[in-house]
Write a protein that binds this ligand. Structure first.
Ligand code: ADP
Ligand code: TRP
Length: 326
């Protein structure tokens, strides 16, 4: 394609629970930064969340809440198109078309499906087909860049494979998107040191209340080094989390004090909590403002849906024509 359109940036987030700081540093923060670099489209992936959420009220409420929280964290609806996945139902049609060229073996190799089964989720066709719907999400907007956490990298590779399949079969239909993964925050650890994830119960939420957040931080798992002993910052979840929010000098100071010994983990945890609470304070304030205007979020989502549909309709016309529908 020879168009000189601005770079199109797309990402989605599932409304399957409350957002945590792993989501923030792994996906939301880079996505927010990218909104200045092109045309950004960010959506609340409620179709995807149907693979795990069975309570309709909870799904509706979470979708709204995730939209509010994302805006509170800095998404600017004047710059970015913010919308609900299910407001663009054409994406399920594209998922069907992609599924007709998707090799079974490609999906069978998808690690997130296997991980989800290992965590006890039922082996549904929807869960298996998740990467195909995700490919449709990306391709239906002619997306160039997809900011996501590292665990989503394979899904972007599958998206490219499916786009190539369609292009080889039907001529040039899709451009190939690229994942944008933040090297510095590839995987944010949770309070047990594993990858932070709501499904592991090791999360620190962005908008948790003060008491609960402090409790979560104070329960970060550490080794049993005594106060006097030097502590290796490279192995410390406290240090890793602190480094995401603190200034260079503050980070260097914590590193020195760790290596020197004489400071206990509980002091470092207190310092981390203070930093975390201060870091998200402007976002908490913005969130209160958004919540105080009852129609604001619905207005933003309605505007977003309109713009997203304009693009999706155009691309779907091209796809239908290419494969022989209409
Ligand atoms: P969860 O694992 O809590 O269910 P999701 O899978 O819904 O989180 O992730 C939403 C987005 O946040 C994805 O782009 C994902 O890569 C990113 N993300 C989630 N957890 C982390 C983490 N611990 N570190 C970095 N990025 C993360
Ligand atoms: N699968 C992503 C997650 O679980 C969410 C998602 C759905 C997404 N569709 C997308 C991300 C398209 C980027 C692009 O986090």
């Amino acid at each position: 394609m020879t168009d000189k359109k601005p770079m199109r940036i797309l990402s989605g987030i599932q409304p399957s629970g409350v957002l945590h700081i792993g989501n923030y540093f792994g996906m939301m923060k880079p996505a927010i930064a990218l909104q200045a670099e092109g045309e950004a489209l960010y959506f609340i992936a409620d179709y995807h969340a149907l693979t795990s959420v069975r309570d309709p009220e909870a799904l509706r409420e979470n979708s709204r809440r995730v939209a509010v929280d994302f805006l509170a964290c800095g998404l600017d609806p004047e710059r970015a198109t913010v919308f609900r996945h299910s407001d663009v139902p054409q994406v399920t049609e594209l998922a069907w078309i992609l599924s007709t060229v998707a090799p079974m073996g490609l999906l069978e190799r998808a690690t997130s499906y296997k991980d989800k089964l290992a965590r006890g989720m039922a082996a549904t066709v929807g869960l298996f087909n998740y990467p195909v719907l995700m490919a449709a999400d990306i391709l239906i907007y002619d997306s160039d860049i997809v900011p996501v956490g590292k665990d989503q990298k394979q899904h972007i590779e599958i998206t490219r494979d499916l786009a190539v399949k369609i292009n080889e079969t039907f001529g040039h239909v899709f451009k190939l998107p690229e994942a944008r993964i933040q090297a510095a925050t590839e995987t944010v650890p949770g309070i047990d040191g594993q990858k932070m994830s709501k499904s592991y119960g090791n999360n620190i939420d962005i908008f948790g209340d003060e008491k609960d957040t402090r409790k979560r931080v104070m329960s970060i798992v550490t080794d049993s080094s005594p106060v006097d002993a030097p502590k290796d910052p490279a192995n410390s979840t406290i240090f890793k989390l602190y480094s995401l929010m603190a200034s260079k000098n503050e980070i260097a100071d914590m590193r020195d004090r760790s290596l020197k010994g004489g400071t206990g983990y509980s002091d470092f945890k207190k310092q981390l909590f203070e930093k975390l609470w201060e870091y998200f304070a402007p976002m908490r304030k913005r969130r209160e403002e958004i919540l105080s205007d009852k129609s604001y979020i619905e207005d933003v989502l309605a505007r977003g849906a309109k713009r997203a549909n304009e693009i999706a309709d155009q691309v779907m016309q091209r796809v239908r024509a290419a494969v022989g529908l209409r």
